[in-house]
Design a binder for this molecule. Structure first.
Ligand SMILES: *Cc1c(COP(=O)(O)O)cnc(C)c1O
Length: 429
């Protein structure tokens, strides 16, 4: 047994962790024995920040006390409420505040972005996505292609890892863009792949796509709140993300969207419009002549669900308390590296890690498969869940574990590996 595989070592690492107290800002679910769960599922649904609950309660109070006047009164009036989230989102994705907006939900935003940025012609009709895209992204793309009267068999280019490999090689993505670029309208790829945890090289993909005259968009569902980004500088045309995974804003909470500023003044770009995208000065004149805001806000449709935005504001303030995404990433790199080290030293033969090892190509999550004759990943998953671990299982056989720097500890990683080891020994005996 290695010396790093001990509770004392894990506790030492926690004591040295400058962000250890941020865990106190969260409610950690309990096991039936009263102990904290080993919650490694922030890639799926992040835990509740204390501030999220507080801010939602504040808004319920405003509504109780003020009724409709809540739109214009108090410290956080509802009329401009989405603007209170702009700085937090901008910091997370590396954008100008005018380039980000909270609206709708993720899949809805992908569709609305494709209304503007997927405009197929007979010459340029393809969308490049990955073969193992999240089903919702696959359906959204497929349905957009059909909606425009094209055939997904010809217009959907699905990027696959090489035979025998689990993750996409950057050079193969660029190669596919070179090959199909002239007939491609849009490249839509994830920032972080949901199944393998691989981080794609968003900057090179954007550059290669633009060189071929394609629009480039990213789905940041697993990237926002997980890794720092520089969207403004990298230059994709758009991006969208949900806020309930690493952004801890609660189930189904409102999503985020980025539109690069180069598109803000373009009056030719088609969009599906709604009154919340109309210029703020004249919105309430109700004149029925659409004047888009010159920012990402122009893509908003409705006045947004304030209770959900309040929760996001609580989450973003919690990120700020931790010192921002770069500080969180520093811890995340150490936390995930420790988990990987333990798996490699204790379970090298039984556990295979699909997630790339390099810092550039990985975030918080590790995706594991179990190599054990006579059992499958699901059996092991059920056993560790019964022992107090919350993580998730994705068919056919991947266990995803994501130590999240805001609320997970080195001790969580250690305890997880102890439990996984016991489950594997139990299944093997
Ligand atoms: C989580 C996730 C979704 C979920 O979409 P919703 O519209 O929020 O239900 C979509 N795409 C990816 C890549 C995801 O990881």
């Amino acid at each position: 047994m290695s010396t790093i595989f001990s509770l004392d070592h894990a506790k030492d690492l926690d004591n040295q962790d400058p962000l250890r107290e941020i865990r106190e800002e969260f409610s950690i679910p309990k096991q039936s024995n009263g102990e904290d769960e080993i919650y490694l599922c922030g890639n799926s649904l992040g835990l509740q920040p204390r501030l999220a609950a507080q801010y939602v309660n504040d808004e319920l109070g405003q509504w109780r006390a003020l009724g409709v006047k809540g739109h214009f009164s108090g410290d956080y009036p509802w009329m401009p409420y989405h603007e209170f989230l702009s700085q937090g989102f901008a910091d997370l994705v590396g954008a100008k505040t005018t380039e980000v907006v909270s609206m709708n939900t993720l899949t809805a935003n992908l569709h609305f972005m494709m209304v503007s940025f997927y405009r197929p012609t007979n010459q340029r009709h393809k969308i490049i996505i990955e073969d193992h895209a999240f089903p919702s992204d696959h359906y959204a793309v497929e349905s957009q292609i059909k909606y425009h009267g094209h055939d997904p068999k010809e217009s959907m280019i699905l990027l696959k890892p090489r035979d025998g490999e689990e993750t996409l090689r950057d050079e193969d993505i660029i190669q596919a863009i070179e090959e199909h670029g002239d007939t491609t309208s849009l490249i839509l790829l994830p920032g972080v792949q949901y199944y393998t945890g691989q981080v794609l090289d968003m900057e090179s993909i954007t550059k290669a796509g633009h060189a071929k005259g394609c629009y480039v968009g990213f789905d940041l569902a697993h990237a926002a709140g997980n890794i720092p980004m520089e969207l403004h500088q990298w230059g994709p045309d758009f991006a969208a993300w949900c806020t309930y995974k690493y952004l801890n804003s609660g189930p189904g909470s409102v999503a985020g969207c980025f539109v690069h500023e180069r598109h803000h003044k373009n009056k030719e770009l088609p969009r599906f419009a709604g009154w919340w995208g109309h210029d703020k000065e004249s919105r309430f004149k109700m004149e029925n002549s659409f004047v888009p805001t010159e920012s990402a806000e122009a893509w908003q449709l409705s006045n947004p669900p304030i209770l959900s935005l309040a929760s996001i504001r609580g989450s973003l303030d919690t990120v700020a308390k931790a010192g921002g995404i770069h500080k969180l990433r520093e811890k995340s790199l150490k936390l995930t590296a420790y988990l990987r080290q333990l798996l490699e030293s204790e379970l090298a033969d039984e556990v295979n890690i699909l997630t790339p090892k390099s810092e550039k190509a990985s975030g918080a999550q590790l995706s594991l498969t179990i190599n054990l004759h006579g059992t499958d990943g699901k059996t092991i998953f059920d056993a560790i869940e019964a022992a107090g671990v919350t993580c998730d299982f994705r068919y056919p056989n991947v266990i995803r574990v994501a130590p999240v720097p805001q609320y997970n500890s080195f001790e969580d990683c250690y305890r997880f590996v102890v439990i996984l080891k016991q489950a594997i020994e139990g299944a093997a005996s």
